[in-house]
Each structure stands twice: as structure tokens, then as C-alpha cells.
Design a protein around this ligand. Structure first.
Ligand code: ADP
Length: 645
């Protein structure tokens, strides 16, 4: 076994790999960019090497710098994690050339599976069922449109070099094809530097089911059963589970045989995932699944497989990379119970799931489920990297048990400083259709009204916030609360008042001093404070974390008055730096709530900016192609006397 391993990654995956390495007695080397000098993965490693500036292209994707770091520290092997260099054949080759073991498959296997069109063609030849579609070299818009019509609507446009759902568009009708193709190409070009696409039949009631496989250098290939990753948003996985609900033994056998065949066709070694799309319009059927692609690396969702098999997949990867045979044969593998994983991300469901950046003022996880986290309290979520904060994984004897356990764990997760999808995840896990196992990739879209709801500012939340304010007051002698204009007043010895701006309205919470402490009341009625954590944001606002929801309550400042509350409603600004790719409105145009105004490309994805309310566009302050900073004005609305106040 290796004595020292370099991990060419960051965040939760770097920490995950280090955990196993440490257990196996292998020393670890972290690499980091300028933005990550104080990151958790750097603190956790035995050694750390700086490899460049914050943008991934100059650091985590910098092959020469990473190879140099391995040489300099004497690491014998490099684990690429997922993302970044994990599926770059050139990196695997550069490792080999430097005499360093790449913890992953041979470069030839990565290459064979690297482009979706070639991989599909290869699998069709090997006798694995593939989704019908067009894989041709003629990339003219006319030809692609013709092929789409021939395949039959709806179709899916996919980037040939795609990954992470980028450069993918579903098209329902011929008249929408051209615009969708433009969008897919733009996104593919930005993310992969390659705008070639393929077209596939859009499978009805699609379910994403994938098989974990493992090969070694002694010619063995086994499968570790399937995972269901049908809960997706914009073709990106949100909740994953193992095994797949409703999977019959016959279908499992057929699918895992196809997966093993796929791996053997490319002389696969190490961990890999063969992804299939299944038509679940009449339940899962053994003859209604097709190969989509193979991921030649460990997957984000590997913990659910670890939970049901009781194995450590990173350990298997390291053993295989060191030339050992697979630790178990197929007959020695079995499924135990059910596991579900949810991806907790810094993103705002209220704003179309835009990534949310900022400092994690408060971060606390429950301790009754597995949590693979990448950031700690105090860390910054930046625009440079993936907005995932952590993965939470619950394992139980039954699927219902695992879902309930995970929903509860997410409701008990506390995050302040960035918006998260926690409440959304908890609602999805508790939704009656999810609990029934009635899942497909349309689940989130279908139920979005149930799953995305504004946080509720209950009296209990207000009471909790008021108690937090009162309890965190400095009690130093000579301190005079009257010096601070922030909504806190002492009104004689027996009572305090804390005033908030809740939903733009001033709300006062009275705290009566009794022998038991402070008792909150609103409008004279006693209020039971919510069971929730609270924290103070850098700007002084109070964050209350309740049931996976974080409510931000500004203290009422009589000197700022209503102006602060109303400031943001007359314009739309960019939530993060990026590039404007489309402007969809003109000055003088009337817009309605949720109407798209412009499209911003940031973090390699396109994000639509929407109108918050009925309004009249006064000015449009950006043009397509503009590079914009965070907070740049996109659209200004006219002041209208009659507008809803
Ligand atoms: P990426 O590599 O970008 O993740 P995939 O090819 O793995 O792209 O597809 C991502 C998701 O898109 C799938 O999990 C599935 O939900 C959906 N999808 C892909 N192909 C089809 C298809 N032919 N019909 C319906 N949905 C599909």
C-alpha cells in the first residue's frame, strides 16, 4: 500500500478521501488555491501545497502544479476525487509519466467514455441497450433540427462533452428547438470548451438508475448494486438512494449484467458508475432501460452504496490502485437496508435556486446521520467552486425509515450566512409521493409549489430572535443601550422591547422579566419561543434557524426607517459576478411576477433573473455579453403611485 497520497481536490471529497487514508495509515497531502488557504481540507491533511490562484483553471485543474506538488512531497499516488481532473485522461497519463499512481481507471477507459456520443456508439456495439438518438458529426442547426423531428418530440439536446447537467435542454416542440440549441451550445462552450451536441429521445417518466461497478487489474469486475438518482433539478442530482424503489430482482440482474459488460468492454479498473435511464411510465420494466453514460470515477452519491453494502469504496479504490485484487467476490456482496443521501447546497430556492455566496456565520449538523461536509462554520462560500455545503446520509432497515430519519436530520441542520435548500430537501423527503416511491426526474418540477415556500415568520420565531438579542447584549457597566439605535429598548426594570422589521413591517416583541427569566409576548399575548438556534449576521440582522429554514430578521432601526426595507424593490441586481447572456425585456415593457428578465451566466451555469412583482420596466442597464460584478443593476422599474405597496 502507498505510504503517502496526494488528493487533487477540495471540500467534502478531499476530506472524505483523507478519512479513509488516515484509517489505512496512509499520510495525506492536500493541494489548495488562494481561496482555500484556510479551508478544512488543508487543515485536515498531514501536508498541504499551494497550487495557484482561486479560479479552478489555474489551481485545481493545473496538471503541472499538481504533479509538481506530488513530486515535492514524495506522494506515490494521486486521488482525483470527483469533478476537476477525475475524468481527464491527460491527467492520468501525466501521473503515469511522472511515475505516480493515478487512483482511477486506465487513461484509455476514461477516453473511451469521455464523450457521450462515442461512449454510446461503443456500448451499442457491445450489445448494451442505448437511448435512440442522433450522434452524428454534422452539427449544423438544420441537420440537428431534422434529426430531432425524425427521433420524435420531446427530445433532449446534450453536450457531447457534458457533465453535471450542463449544456442540456429538453425540447417539446419544433418551434422551440433553435433557441434551446443556442442555449445548450452556449452553456456547453462555457463549461467544456466544446459546443458539439447529440440528440436523444426524451424518455417518458424517466428514472435515473445507475450501477456501481468495480474492476481490478486481475480481470475481475463486480457490481455493487444500483442507486436511484431520479430526484433532480435541471438534470442535476439532489437526492439519491440505494437500492432503487420498485426494482425487481429480474431487472436488477439485467441492469447489473449490462453494467458489468460495459466495464469489461473498456478493460475497466477501479470505481465506476454506469448510468441508465429507465422508462417508468408503467413501473420499472426489465426491458425499458437504456445506457446513458459511464462515469469513470467515484460519484458524489457513493455513500448510499457504502451504507447498504457496509463497504468503504475509497478503500477499495486505493487497494485496486495498489494492485491488490478486489476485496470481495460478487457472491460475497449483498444489500442491507436502505440509504438516502441529500445534497445540502448554498442556494436560494426562493430565487430559482441561484447559488448563494457568503460567510457561514453559523453551521451545525445533527449527529445521528452520516454527514460528509466540506466547509466549517466561519468558512466562506465563494463563486469559485461548487456551492455544496455537505451531504447528509441516512441508513435504516426500510426506505420509509431512512427518509424519515434524513428529513429529521435536515430539519435539525442549522445554517446562517448563506441561503440553503435545507427546507426544500426536508419537504421533498416527507412528500407523500416520495414516501410512496413514486419518483421520476419530473418529481421536483411537478411538486415545486409544495417544495418551495417562503420561510414563515411565526411569532415563535420572533420570540426566539428577541430572546437571542436580549441574551447577547453586553452587560458591561457603563453600557448604555440608548446609544445603539437598533430596536432594543429598556422600558423600566421589568420589561424590554425588541423591534424587528418582519416582512417589511415593524413588529415589537416584549420580554417580561419574571423569576423564571424573560417571557416573550407580542401585542400583550404570551408567545412560546420556537425551538431554534439564532445567530447574528455581520450586518447585525438576526438569523433564526428553525426546521431547516433560516429566517433573517433585521432589527428595526428608527433612523433607517422604511427606506432600507423598500430599497431593493425598484430594481433587479445581479446576485453574483458573471456574464449577461440574454436580455429579455425592454424599457417601457410591463412585467408580471416571475417573468424572466435576463439570463446571467455564473459558475458555468445559466441563471434566469425574474421580475419580483408587477412592474413597469424603466431602464435596462445591461446588454448581452456584459461582464458584471455582484450587485450590478440589471433592470430598474418605474416608480408607480398605484403599484402594490
Ligand atoms: P450529465 O453527464 O450532464 O449529468 P446525463 O447524460 O448523465 O448528463 O443526464 C443527466 C440527467 O438528464 C439524467 O439523470 C436524466 O435525469 C436526464 N436524462 C438524460 N437523458 C435522458 C433521456 N434520454 N430522457 C429523459 N431524461 C434524460
Amino acid at each position: 500500500m502507498f505510504a503517502k497520497l496526494l488528493i487533487a481536490n477540495r471540500g467534502e471529497i478531499a476530506l472524505r478521501v483523507m478519512r479513509t487514508a488516515r484509517r489505512m495509515g496512509i499520510a495525506t497531502v492536500a493541494v489548495y488555491s488562494d481561496a482555500d488557504a484556510n479551508a478544512a481540507h488543508v487543515a485536515e491533511a498531514d501536508e498541504a501545497v499551494h497550487i495557484g490562484p482561486a479560479p479552478a483553471a489555474q489551481s485545481y485543474l493545473n496538471v503541472a502544479a499538481i504533479i509538481a506538488a506530488a513530486r515535492q512531497t514524495g506522494a506515490q499516488a494521486i486521488h482525483p476525487g470527483y469533478g476537476f481532473l477525475s475524468e481527464k485522461a491527460e491527467f492520468a497519463e501525466a501521473c503515469a509519466a511522472a511515475g505516480i499512481v493515478f487512483v482511477g481507471p486506465p487513461a484509455s477507459a476514461i477516453r473511451a467514455m469521455g464523450l457521450k456520443d462515442r461512449a454510446k456508439a461503443l456500448m451499442a456495439k457491445a450489445g448494451v441497450p442505448v437511448v435512440p438518438g442522433y450522434l452524428g458529426d454534422d452539427q449544423s442547426a438544420d441537420r440537428l433540427a431534422e434529426e430531432a423531428a425524425r427521433i420524435g418530440w420531446p427530445v433532449l439536446i446534450k453536450a457531447v462533452a457534458g457533465g453535471g447537467g450542463k449544456g442540456m435542454r429538453k425540447v417539446e416542440r419544433a418551434q422551440d428547438f433553435a433557441a434551446a440549441l443556442d442555449g445548450a451550445r452556449r452553456e456547453a462552450k462555457a463549461a467544456f470548451g466544446d459546443d458539439r451536441v447529440l440528440i436523444e429521445k426524451y424518455v417518458a417518466r424517466p428514472r435515473h438508475i445507475e450501477v456501481q461497478i468495480f474492476g481490478d487489474s486481475h480481470g475481475h469486475v463486480v457490481h455493487l448494486f444500483e442507486r436511484d438518482c431520479s430526484l433532480q433539478r435541471r438534470h442535476q442530482k439532489v437526492i439519491e438512494e440505494a437500492p432503487a424503489p420498485g426494482m425487481s430482482q429480474a431487472m436488477r440482474r439485467k441492469m447489473s449484467e449490462a453494467a458489468v459488460k460495459t466495464a469489461k468492454a473498456v478493460n475497466y479498473t477501479g470505481a465506476g458508475t454506469v448510468e441508465f435511464i429507465a422508462d417508468a411510465s408503467e413501473g420499472l420494466k426489465a426491458d425499458r432501460f437504456w445506457f446513458m453514460e459511464m462515469n469513470t470515477r467515484l460519484q458524489v452519491e457513493h455513500p448510499v452504496t457504502e451504507a447498504i453494502t457496509g463497504l468503504d469504496l475509497v478503500e477499495w479504490q486505493l487497494r485496486v490502485a495498489a494492485g491488490e485484487p478486489l476485496p470481495r467476490t460478487q457472491e460475497q456482496l449483498s444489500i442491507n437496508g436502505h440509504a438516502i443521501e441529500a445534497r445540502l447546497c448554498a442556494e436560494d430556492p426562493q430565487k430559482g435556486f441561484l447559488p448563494s455566496i457568503g460567510r457561514l456565520v453559523h453551521l451545525k449538523f445533527p449527529d445521528d446521520v452520516r454527514v460528509d461536509f466540506g466547509v466549517r462554520q466561519g468558512d466562506e462560500v465563494t463563486v469559485h467552486y461548487d456551492p455544496m455545503i455537505a451531504k447528509l446520509i441516512a441508513h435504516d432497515a426500510t426506505r420509509e425509515g431512512a427518509a424519515a430519519k434524513l428529513a429529521r436530520a435536515i430539519r435539525h441542520t442549522e445554517v446562517a450566512g448563506v441561503a440553503t435548500n435545507a427546507a426544500f430537501l426536508a419537504r421533498a423527503l416527507s412528500h407523500p409521493d416520495f414516501v410512496k416511491g413514486d419518483v421520476d426526474t419530473g418529481f421536483i418540477g411537478r411538486h415545486s409549489a409544495d417544495l418551495v415556500r417562503p420561510p414563515e415568520i411565526t411569532n415563535g420565531v420572533l420570540a426566539r430572535a428577541a430572546l437571542f438579542v436580549a441574551e447577547s447584549r453586553p452587560h458591561a457597566p457603563g453600557y448604555d443601550p440608548w446609544d445603539v439605535h437598533d430596536g432594543f429598548r429598556l422600558t423600566g426594570a421589568a420589561k424590554e422591547i425588541v423591534e424587528f422589521l418582519a416582512d417589511g413591517r415593524k413588529t415589537a416583541v416584549e420580554l417580561l422579566h419574571t423569576s423564571d427569566g424573560r417571557e416573550p409576548a407580542i401585542g400583550g399575548t404570551p408567545v412560546e419561543p420556537a425551538h431554534a438556534a439564532a445567530a447574528r449576521m455581520p450586518n447585525g440582522d438576526i438569523a433564526v434557524m428553525c426546521d431547516g429554514e433560516t429566517v433573517i430578521l433585521p432589527l428595526y432601526d428608527p433612523f433607517a426607517g422604511a427606506e432600507a426595507a423598500g430599497a431593493a424593490t425598484d430594481r433587479i441586481t445581479t446576485p453574483m459576478p458573471g456574464r449577461i447572456v440574454q436580455v429579455l425585456v425592454k424599457p417601457g415593457e410591463r412585467v408580471t411576477p416571475r417573468q424572466p428578465l435576463a439570463v446571467l451566466e455564473a459558475m458555468k451555469m445559466e441563471h434566469t433573473l425574474y421580475a419580483p412583482a408587477d412592474a413597469l420596466v424603466a431602464t435596462v442597464d445591461v446588454s448581452p455579453g456584459d461582464q458584471v460584478l455582484e450587485g450590478a443593476v440589471v433592470v430598474r422599474f418605474a416608480k408607480e403611485k398605484s403599484a402594490a405597496a
